[in-house]
Design a protein. Sequence first.
Length: 75
Amino acid sequence: MMDPCQVIFYGPFKVDGKHTSESNAEFEKWLTDKDASYGIRDIAEIDAVAKANGFKLIESHMMPSNNFLNIFTRN
């Protein structure tokens, strides 16, 4: 039997394709100006990759400065 595994992501995320604050939209512009592959990802995109690898989102918490703490687990 495999021990449970957790992965935790912290930072700004889009929700339903939208930024949660104007400052996050400005931050993403700054990132993509540096490199088009950079940017703020939508939590649904992260969730889809996690699911494809056997993980499940078990908690999502709003944090200071418009960030999220997202906890995924796999058994």
